[in-house]
Design a protein around this ligand. Structure first.
Ligand code: HSE
Length: 297
């Protein structure tokens, strides 16, 4: 096949407070990936993560690319894969989900689309372990995912143009660690606390009701356990809440906050300042939801 394919994959913020492992929102932050027939599989990144990824062709994206070929009973031919990355790495913005979805989607396009997006979701979820980032990365918007024994049920919702601020402290914080610090079981009171709020977060996001979102975007299942291991995390989260509905983005360490556009810059300074006072560098981005998921450009 002698054509070049170009796709883009969005960042995603999972959990959104109470929706632990079930809910995620696609953001208007993108990795753009091209796939071009070549002698062998190569992988090159510019932008976020370039120092980390340009060390060879074995990574999540190429693994996913090869995996899709295997599932379709085809051999992955030589392909030059180039990615221009905007998604912060190891940040709670779904960079690994974007790599998996990018590899699967690109391979599927190169093979003439033998699989539909639901089949891609199944493979991506198997590779990632949970669907809350990969589902919005594929479909866009807010996605609620339910795993049954037989299938992954998803519901997608379009979200209005809200202003979203993400602040990431430059620390090493692996999802593996972030999951290891969680308790194995939760109390009935904490489950009840989250269930009602998760439903209300969906309603608040769909209607763009920031007052409601600020009241209900709270959690007792994962955030507190994680924030105490992230230097400055609890204080930054508290500061973020002064500006709007805030949460740990995915497994962290980034904080996500839904702010009025007028407050975005001051909120960025204040939240970054909390980390910087502790000697940590930060990266920040002001964005909005994306109702587009991964697509061909
Ligand atoms: N729901 C996941 C977590 C997202 O919070 O651990 C990160 O992969």
């Amino acid at each position: 096949m002698s054509r070049m394919i170009k796709i883009r994959v969005p960042a995603t913020s999972a959990n959104l407070g109470p929706g632990f492992d079930c809910m995620g929102l696609a953001l208007d932050i993108w990795n753009e990936i091209t796939f071009e027939p070549a002698e062998r599989i190569t992988y090159q990144v510019t932008g976020e993560g370039e120092e980390k990824f340009n060390k060879g062709a074995r990574n999540l994206l190429t693994k996913a690319f090869v995996r899709l070929h295997q599932i379709c009973g085809r051999k992955a031919g030589g392909t030059a894969i180039r990615s221009r990355n905007e998604i912060f790495v190891s940040s709670g913005l779904g960079s690994s989900a974007a790599a998996i979805v990018g590899g699967l989607f690109g391979a599927n396009e190169m093979l003439g689309n033998p699989l539909d997006k639901n089949a891609l979701l199944g493979i991506a979820t198997e590779m990632e372990g949970h669907p809350d980032n990969v589902a919005p990365a594929l479909f866009g918007g807010l996605v609620v995912s339910v795993m049954t024994r037989e299938e992954i049920i998803t519901r997608h919702y379009e979200i209005p143009d809200l202003t979203i601020l993400i602040v990431k402290p430059q620390i090493e914080w692996l999802t593996k660690t972030a999951r290891a610090v969680l308790p194995k079981s939760v109390s009935r009171a904490d489950a009840i606390f989250n269930i009602g709020r998760a439903v209300a977060v969906v309603d608040a996001l769909r209607s763009g009701d920031l007052d409601l979102l600020q009241k209900v975007m709270d959690d007792r299942i994962h955030q507190a356990y994680r924030l105490r291991h992230i230097s400055g995390g609890a204080a930054a989260y508290k500061t973020a809440k002064q500006f709007g509905a805030a949460a740990l983005s995915g497994a962290g360490p980034s904080i996500i906050v839904f702010v009025s556009s007028a407050d975005a810059e001051i909120a960025r300074k204040k939240i970054s300042g909390v980390f910087e006072e502790r000697g940590l560098e930060t990266k920040a981005i002001i964005s909005k939801p994306s109702n587009w998921g991964t697509n061909r450009m």
